[in-house]
Write a new protein. Sequence first.
Length: 131
Amino acid sequence: FAAPASSGAPNDSGRQDPLERASERFVKAGYQFREDSWKSKLQRKTGRGVRMQLFKGHEYGFILAASDKNARFRVRIADRDGKTTELGINETTGIPAYRFVPERTGMHLILILLEKSGKRSVECAMLCGYR
């Protein structure tokens, strides 16, 4: 998985990366993507937390991709006080995408749970964009 290239060009294998393809919809909607991406291997029914500084006044878009196209995620965001928000999914591109608007600036924990997969463990990646 690779971060989206501004050109939308295919990767070395000649195919466009799934995260890049999904991010195009967000870019057209005015999102800017961070240069870094989160990558990890997840086990079924096991989650990970990703810490990020989020700013009040921005809308954030999170795009997830997995090596198993049947993977299903549950995503929540916790603020510094532990208040969690369940994020609704938008899969118009076939890649899970989530939107979030923080109530205040600060560190947030993005909680990613692999709920369903045909495999025991799955390589996952997440991109974060904002506008």
